[in-house]
Design a protein around this ligand. Structure first.
Ligand code: SAM
Length: 253
């Protein structure tokens, strides 16, 4: 019997002492063909809602199998209450954003349609699967929910003003921090309290339209935030904004 500490598997199933966990075909393929595990081997399992558990392979087959929960390993660790709003871009780069947002500890991922967003549709199930894979890989016990694509206007209309929204404003690009960007203008310096709910908003390749910029500027819960003097690609900007928020308000102590 081996404990494979490297293997962590997400299961959409309640976890508890003696609980049996039926495996889907692709999970069985991964455990038994790719990782070469067999009956008696032990792995870590999590479901994003409960503690992480040690589970033992009870049955291993080509098209399925069963794990049995043995003992609790780690408590559920919720990330800070941080949401990522982003305008979907090309497929691979959108996948990257979801993967990195999960690693960076976003609690919810909301694709939003903006005036200059190309994508009219997203494959929510595929993006959710990317979030699950990222949580498996990064040791997270929590999996962020990927929401359906929604118009930015509608999301802002239903916004809870207690959640401060950092708007990554490309208008700051080209400015030098300190000299050209007065601290009062860069909302990150003023807004955001450690432990309070927050969100970051990243625009598409074309940036935000003048109408959107005016609307965002007028909303009391929105703080325009600089991500430095260079124009970042949207996927880089998502990671940079989440990093900046985690350092200022989140779990990067
Ligand atoms: N087409 C836009 C332009 O030339 O100004 C650039 C858009 S940029 C590729 C995509 C998004 O990343 C922006 O809408 C913004 O949210 C964010 N972003 C990129 N660089 C930034 C910066 N230096 N400061 C703040 N946000 C930035």
């Amino acid at each position: 019997m081996a404990v494979s500490s490297k293997v962590r598997l997400y299961v959409d199933h309640p976890l508890g002492a003696g609980q049996s966990l039926p495996l889907a075909r692709e999970q069985a393929h991964y455990l038994f063909n790719v990782m070469r595990l067999g009956p008696g081997d032990r792995i870590a399992v999590f479901n994003g809602r409960d503690e992480e558990w040690l589970a033992e392979v009870a049955k291993a087959g080509k098209r399925g199998g069963v794990l049995l929960c043995v003992s609790q390993m780690r408590p559920l660790q919720m990330p800070p209450d941080l949401w990522l709003l982003f305008a979907p871009i090309k497929k691979a780069r959108t996948d990257f954003i979801v993967e990195k947002a999960t690693e960076m500890g976003a609690r919810r991922i909301l694709p939003v349609q903006t005036d200059f967003t190309n994508a009219e549709r997203i494959r929510r199930d595929r993006l959710q699967a990317h979030a699950i894979e990222a949580a498996e890989q990064c040791g997270g016990t929590f999996v962020p929910e990927v929401a359906d694509l929604a118009p930015l206007d509608r999301v802002l209309a239903g916004w809870d003003a207690a959640r401060g929204l950092w708007w990554a404003d490309e208008g700051f690009a080209g400015m030098n921090r300190g000299a050209d960007v007065p601290a009062a203008q860069d909302g990150a310096a003023a807004s955001g309290v450690r432990g309070a709910p927050g969100a970051v908003l990243i625009g598409p390749e074309g940036g935000f339209s003048p109408d959107e910029q005016a609307r965002l500027r007028a909303l009391p819960f929105v703080a325009p935030v600089s991500l430095g003097p260079r124009i970042l690609r949207a996927d880089t900007a998502a990671v940079a904004a989440l990093t900046r928020w985690q350092i200022a308000c989140g779990d990067w102590t």
